[in-house]
Design a protein around this ligand. Sequence first.
Ligand SMILES: [Zn+2]
Length: 91
Amino acid sequence: MALLKHIPERTCVVCRKKAPKESLFRLYKLDNGTYDADIEQMIEGRGIYVCKIDSCLAQLVIGSGKNKKGFKQVPVDPETVTILQDKLTQI
Ligand SMILES: [Zn+2]
């Protein structure tokens, strides 16, 4: 039997779907309470993860309180979301 490497899974803050962390974007919390993109997933601190799909990223920028599933608003600078959406088109 082949040994499978354990792949750490993370949950998207928007849709709550679990996925290997390499397939999600990571954001980390800044001192001012908002989140910034952590493209290399190397920055220490409280991180959140979001799917590499536009519909989940768009939820971050709208931040209109809670969505249907009770997701809490995540304060992300629209500029940060734009950076991530740019990454999206490169995949
Ligand atoms: Zn998602």
